[in-house]
Design a protein around this ligand. Structure first.
Ligand code: NAP
Length: 295
């Protein structure tokens, strides 16, 4: 089985490397071609556009930034959903909204291509260690067929429901991720403002029942101020935008998420787009440092 992999960013490059390391034949495409070089050096084949991936692959995996990039790769001028792709299966691991997954499933079906939405929980370290968790939407039989492939990149594959439900679960998770990170950053700002040391705060909070477990992996970034991206802030902002859209589509009100989204938007405008999303703390830190003494 030849695997086509489209999107070799922080996550996709590592997921593709794990497939290659486990003996799968790979044909790859990335908009910025230099990101394919390490895989090509290891024996993968790189091609110039998504349609050329489909021409060689039995299964297509996409791991792209946002719905617009996925749409372009699938249905654009050189998209992979073209004549000749019939009989293949497309697994979209990108974080997108559920109605978009359903739209892509319909576009795939029109070309006799099977579709699964399979977004992931876990970040750069989990992608590197093949320890991702997949939330999969689609037919049970298709999921069982491709479970071994997903297990080559992750430690847990959960069938959530029909097409779109994998994406639904992912948005629920990232709403919590974004709001909890912001609340934590605000708590640190309060604590330092009240004269507590950052170290004392991290020591008391990280690992305590009130802090989400993922914060243990962010502690070093918060302590050192080195926000090299594992999950770029711009994509968390994008995910909260997708949460707002999905919530609107089903008539659910998300007031906390809406405010959180705009605060990440502000951070993005202030130059933090390509830093890790935990850099949201910098918004508060820099303000508190500027506070005039005696107030
Ligand atoms: P990334 O490093 O920024 O990679 C994004 C990928 O999308 C790259 O291949 C990039 O190509 C491509 N891309 C972006 N805009 C494009 C466009 N307009 N047209 C074509 N290709 C485009 O991001 P990532 O962290 O790997 O994230 C990829 C997906 O995984 C996103 O949906 C993200 O929300 C999701 N995700 C990320 C994490 C995480 O912790 N990082 C965890 C779970 C899910 P270039 O290389 O040319 O820019």
């Amino acid at each position: 089985m030849k695997i086509g992999f489209i999107g070799l960013g922080i996550m996709g490059s590592r997921m593709a490397a794990n497939l290659h390391a486990r003996g799968h034949d790979l044909v790859v495409f990335n908009r910025s071609p230099q990101k394919a070089e390490p895989l090509v050096a290891a024996g993968a084949v790189a091609v110039n556009n998504p349609a050329a991936v489909a021409a060689q692959a039995d299964v297509l995996i996409t791991m792209l930034a946002h719905p617009e990039a996925v749409r372009e790769a699938a249905t654009g001028e050189q998209g992979f959903l073209a004549k000749g792709s019939a009989g293949t299966t497309w697994i979209d691991c990108s974080t997108v909204h559920p109605s978009f997954s359903r739209e892509m499933a319909a576009a795939a079906q029109a070309q006799q291509v099977q579709f699964l939405d399979a977004p992931v929980a876990g970040s750069k370290p989990q992608a590197a260690a093949a320890e991702l968790m997949f939330f999969v939407g689609g037919e049970a039989a298709d999921i069982d067929r491709y479970r071994p492939l997903l297990e080559a990149m992750g430690r847990k594959v959960t069938h959530i429901g029909p097409v779109g439900q994998g994406s639904a679960m992912k948005l629920v998770v990232n709403h919590l991720l974004g709001t909890s990170m912001l609340a934590f950053a605000e708590s640190l700002a309060l604590g330092t403002g009240l004269g507590l040391s950052q170290n004392a705060l991290l020591e008391a909070l990280v690992g305590s029942p009130v802090a989400p477990p993922y914060l243990a992996a962010k502690r070093q970034k918060l302590a050192t101020g080195d926000y090299a991206p594992e999950f770029p802030l711009e994509w968390l902002h994008k995910d909260l935008q997708l949460v707002a859209r999905a919530a609107y589509e089903v008539g659910v009100a998300m007031p906390t998420s809406a405010v959180t989204k705009e605060i990440y938007g502000l951070a993005a405008r202030q130059g933090l787009k390509r830093q890790d999303f935990s850099a949201i703390y910098r918004l508060f830190l820099e303000r508190s440092l500027e506070r005039p003494s005696g107030t």
